[in-house]
Ligand binder design. Sequence first.
Ligand code: UD1
Ligand code: UDP
Length: 376
Amino acid sequence: MRLGKVMAVFGTRPEAIKMAPVVRKLKEREDIETLVAVTAQHREMLDQALSLFEIKPDYDLDLMRAGQDLFSITCGVLSGLQEILKKEEPDLLLVHGDTTTTFAAALAAFYLHIPVGHVEAGLRTRNKYSPFPEEMNRTLTGSIADLHFAPTDKASDNLIAEAVALYKIWVTGNTVIDALLHTVRDGYVFGPEFSKVDFNKRLLVVTTHRRENWGEKMRQIYRALIDLTEEFTDIEVIFPVHKNPAVREIAYEMLGERAGFHLTEPLDYEPFANLLQASYLILTDSGGLQEEAPSLGKPVLVLRDTTERPEAIEAGTVKLVGTVYDHIYKEAKLLLSDESEYNKMARAVNPYGDGKAAERIVNIIADFLYVRKGAQ
Ligand code: UD1
Ligand code: UDP
């Protein structure tokens, strides 16, 4: 029996990595027709993830423009999806997380009375400008969604506090763990882009891209890194630089030619996930890395003032260190020089799931489609 049609919509690297396990599981089912529409809010970084997970989109809005702003992405997603959704009339639109693609796609579905499923629902900082605009994107998506796939109990509690009905919330774990387990393996051989990296040294993996950190905050982060590499000669920093020009300009200006630093293009997920496994310490303002690193037993210093992912902080493997030079330098120095402090943080913990989140989500979607079909 055919249960119905699901359309997954996403546009950026993290959405693709975290939606891929769900799309792959959906496609295993013969009773569900699964379509993928990408907005390509990110172009190269999205395509890298699509090819690793062997996903071929049915629709591609090809929206990315150099220096795009939030207005143009929002309008582009809305108008681009209008015709596609009218033509395909999916029984469920699936979105992930908190990007502008996520919110605008959910809004497009709402305008056409199409139910929405939200993967990675319920993350909140309760500060509408931090992270910006993600906190508002996910809150607004949450008020449109009909099915909320919360990764943890805390995320579920956040939704309950917003009066989302209990029967619309499921705690599934985070699909990023599914993607990670699919990708990290023992004996991984790194490619030629790592030929200059000395794997006998302690590797610090760094990423930065948050809008609220652009400018002076990023400069303070990079200054702390420079001083750390000058003080500790047994460390090397690997920094895959986000494609956003606002990040690239400062990163290459301050770190491009420095000894101890390897600035690279954004890495494919496979080498990147295996690099996390080979690393000593991670410094990042990313959301996804705060979920991946704990399950690999790698300490993370989070270069942000707020986080919507408190679970690993409570477990003691992630620390929020902000964006002020002194604080970053001091906390990183402690972990580089005091083994017992390091060991306290370097424990594998798994607050984000067991790698079976996608399977749970797809079973819930199948039940939803079954009931919907019966009601029609
Ligand atoms: C976006 C999301 C953010 C998410 C992040 C993940 C919004 C508002 N922000 O932020 O929630 O955490 O992606 O990485 O939805 N660019 C390229 N090639 C790429 C990707 C980006 O050249 O593959 C450049 C383009 O010049 C583009 C710019 O980066 O204009 C900004 O991209 P955008 O999606 O607007 O912002 P992000 O900072 O990536
Ligand atoms: N990532 C990657 N290559 C890189 C840097 C990050 O594949 O060079 C992955 C990372 O493992 C995580 C995701 O991209 O799964 C996070 O993306 P990003 O930090 O851009 O977004 P956020 O998680 O903050 O939304």
